[in-house]
Design a protein around this ligand. Structure first.
Ligand SMILES: *Cc1c(COP(=O)(O)O)cnc(C)c1O
Length: 433
């Protein structure tokens, strides 16, 4: 496959942009090779600068529930741009998007918009700390909550040791306030609460972990977090930046019937424009400035273009009664079909899906947490990734990412993807040492 222009573009970018990309994982480091530079996209198809077309399962890492350049979203954004791109003063659009979100996610009584998921999780943690007047948080190894300091923490050698920074530049003092325990391990959460009595402000969790591949919660795990947080008067924070309006109209909290104190959103609610949000019970959100003491602000928070894209997207989510049913049917077809193909080539695998999210691990053992996830075959994934790309299917350039289906994907796309997977594995497995 000729990627001359992408390769030249990457070299040119590297001369002025650190590493050539503005978000690290875009650089293809986990799979090798040079990233595809994008010319444009429509529906389920993305096109590179060398003229190749791909069925896209990355979908900008999740936001594009309706596919690329959905006509309703494009029209709304253009109309909003013509009225002015930013005012630094309140608009009716912000209230309208907030009303749509609150109506579909009843645990959110009040919310605040931000410009990214990172900002929203960071602000939610500040609010939880301000509200509880406690400083420590519990997070789970392998859960990603954006690029802010309190979350870039790796697990210590045991569940009860303090966290250690997972990136230079994160102060040890910050890491010391973040306790990292294994996902799906309620016993470790209990132990962390026991060892830090009265000091835990919040438990922050991706209810369906989507950033170590897709890992679903074990039955009862989220309910146990809910119970323990309630008992300790700590806040349960669901990071639904990825799962919100992705796995169900009401997010993972609706599917699992567990109500968090605070919810963090992003991705889909911005319809492909930069947005995040955090919200929850009125009594907690009242701690935010200007009503309360906890500071929050943003020059472009609630940006009119982003609000327009979000409103157009969430109106379709609200009004299309069978949207998530159709998405899940298509996703299950894909996940089931891939499992068949993996089986045909005797490749050890785990496949998992929820709503329009799906993932697979080249791994013989069930994946329940980060430790089991990282035992997957990364070398095979790298080969498979490039073989799929050559056959017109764009997957995330790392096994530890979730893939997404949009309402623009069709059964024809799924059939073509499965045929590509068959041919790709024939090549990848044959090429294995
Ligand atoms: C993407 C993501 C974030 C960060 O959102 P950005 O908009 O990239 O800052 C936070 N949490 C989860 C679960 C995510 O998937």
């Amino acid at each position: 496959m000729k990627l001359e222009r992408s390769i030249a573009d990457f070299a040119r970018a590297r001369a002025v942009i650190a590493g050539g990309v503005n978000s690290s994982v875009r650089a293809f480091k986990a799979v090798g090779g040079s990233p595809i530079f994008v010319r444009g996209a429509a529906g389920a198809t993305i096109c590179d600068v060398d003229g190749h077309e791909y069925i896209d399962y990355v979908l900008s890492w999740g936001p594009l529930l309706l596919g690329h350049a959905h006509p309703a979203v494009t029209k709304a954004v253009c109309a909003a741009a013509a009225r002015g791109s930013s005012f630094g003063a309140p608009t009716e659009a912000e209230t309208e998007l907030a009303e749509l979100i609150c109506a579909m996610m009843p645990s959110i009584e009040r919310l605040r918009f931000t410009s990214s998921g990172t900002e929203a999780t960071m602000s939610a943690v500040r609010l939880a700390r301000g509200y509880t007047r406690r400083e420590k948080i519990i997070k789970f190894a392998g859960c990603y909550h954006g690029a802010a300091d309190p979350f870039l923490i790796a697990a210590g050698s045991s569940a009860l040791t303090l966290g250690v920074p997972s990136s230079p530049g994160v102060p040890r003092a910050t890491a010391a306030d973040t306790i990292v325990v294994p996902f799906n391990d309620a016993g470790s959460v209990d132990a962390a609460f026991d060892a830090n009595a009265g000091e835990i402000a919040a438990v922050v969790v991706e209810p369906y972990a989507g950033n170590m591949g897709l890992v679903k919660p074990a039955p009862g795990f989220l309910a146990r977090l809910r119970e323990r947080c309630t008992r300790e008067r700590a806040l349960l924070v669901f990071d639904e930046v990825m799962t919100g309006f992705r796995v169900a109209r009401g997010g993972a909290q609706a599917r699992e019937s567990v109500t968090p104190d605070l919810t963090v959103l992003g991705k889909v609610i911005g319809g492909g424009l930069p947005v995040g949000a955090f919200g929850g019970r009125e009594e907690i959100m009242a701690y935010l400035s200007p009503d309360g003491p906890v500071f929050h602000a943003g020059t472009l928070s609630g940006n009119p273009l982003a609000m327009a894209a979000g409103i157009a997207t969430l109106k379709i989510v609200r009004d299309d009664a069978t949207l998530f049913e159709r998405l899940e049917v298509l996703t299950s077809l894909l996940a089931g079909g891939l499992a068949e193909v993996f089986k045909k080539y005797a490749v050890p695998h785990q496949t998992v899906f929820a709503g329009s999210m799906f993932g697979f691990f080249f791994n013989a053992e069930p994946v329940v947490d980060l430790e089991s996830a990282v035992k997957s075959d990364a070398a095979l994934y790298a080969k498979y990734f490039h073989a799929m790309l050559e056959r017109g299917v764009a997957l995330a350039p790392s096994q530890y990412e979730t893939a997404f289906v949009s309402s623009a994907h069709t059964t024809r796309d799924v059939e073509r993807t499965l045929a590509a997977a068959d041919a790709a594995l024939a090549e990848s497995v044959a090429a294995a040492p």
